[in-house]
Ligand binder design. Sequence first.
Ligand code: GLA
Length: 536
Amino acid sequence: MNNLFFRGRKNLRVFLFACLPLAVAAEKNSFDPPVMGWSSWNTYRININEELIKRQADAMVERGLKAAGYRYVNVDDGFFGGRDGSGRLHTHPERFPNGLKVVADYIHSRGLKAGIYSDAGSNTCGSIWDGDPNGIDVGLYGHEAQDADLFFNEWGFDFIKIDYCGAGQELALEERKRYTEIRRAVDSVCPRKIALNICRWAFPGTWAKGLADSWRISRDITPSWESVKHIVGKNLYLSAYAGGGHYNDMDMLEIGRGLKPEEEEVHFGLWCIMSSPLLIGCDLTTVPEASLTLLKNEELIALNQDPLGLQAYVAWHEGEGYALVKDIERKRGKMRAVALYNPSDTLCRFSVPLSCLELEGRTGVRDLIRRRTEKSIRDTLSCVLPPHSVRIFRLEAEKRLEGPGRYEAEWAYLPCFNDLGKPKNVAYAPDGRASGGMIVRYLGGTPENYAEWSEVYSETGGDYEMTVRYVPGKYRKLIVEVNGEATPLRTLETDASAGIASVTLPVRLKAGYNTVRLSSPYCWAPDIDCFTLEKR
Ligand code: GLA
């Protein structure tokens, strides 16, 4: 008996030791992190050439950027040299006299990956905005498989960014259909996985995740504070669409191109915590030392390349300040990454309750920009931030709370959402009366136009009281679904002057993740502020 007991204990010990590394190691995923590299557009526009691209590849290695994780050297617009009678694409005779295979080969010889550019229509953006005559008739339209074969099989490129100037402004093609045709053509000719970026300058729609690794969410970046702030603003409420190896692309970096030091920290820090692709846009041979140090900050890069692949979301917003948060390394662990962001032109005081970040107890604080460990905190994360600045922290708490208690509408996944500017399309919109200052409007009308929160967590499951907060309006209906079980709400406030109204219902959650859906298949739903959950 004793022997058995000891043998059992020993076996248990061996078993535990064998499992321990697995248990403490970060979660591993099969998908790729956001791409990291350099792209020619921001500094050179269409004025690129073979030597220039090769020297940037050299600098990426020599300046330690390859060692920091940067991999891609991307040739943007400007390499085109027309098509011949068979439709075959040629490179620019002066800029790339030896073609692009030698360029891709050179990039590969430095242990890097190579990216290329095209347009979904006939003409490139450079032909329109930079008056480049070589950009006419060189886009993918009508040449999808032929160009894909050339780019990926013959020349050996690994990544493509696909613009929309010719397709949108000139041919008025429909985005989803057009990018689907292109993805199919690429996959049909190239057996390798090619990373694809959709460049439609606005969140194009949830379909993009099925076709692309990343998609632009804004117009082109410029090296100005206004531009950085604008793009961050565009991405604050898009975290539901990133994940599983697919990312919102905040555009190429303008670090090293004249922004103030604290603005560069906002730019790089938020691109990292929001898991945007990191494509450096400055001249790597002359990048200022301070900018280079920031670009190589491995603790910030780790947030960007984190194995969970998540984008931070706005967990707290008061006055001008935002606190963004995301899980890192392990889902629902005690460690989280947090950004405090002050986009305003004045000082901003932050006093963020740890409960908003789903943390509790003594909490260790690491400042990832300054790369130093700060005094640990309890209850509240407090700080005063100068204008146009950010602090990025890694917090490690004693306890992870069951959930936020309140689920904001602006965190919801909206299957019908896009940012293409179509009237009455479901959208996240500011509303000063709502918690977090945001609502979701134009919800409902069709069965597909719902709002969904798929990670409503309950430790043990059980009975909860759910309160939905909404903006009253006439002829609105709302169905609450929890794990597929629907409850139509019978009495909704209709008086719009009543301010935010609420309705409470009992719901049952299972242990672990639950899915909550708000919908109204045949008429508008009221605009949604949030819902709360309280255990009964
Ligand atoms: C568009 C894109 C830019 C760049 C240029 C090239 O403006 O958004 O990133 O690729 O085209 O012409």
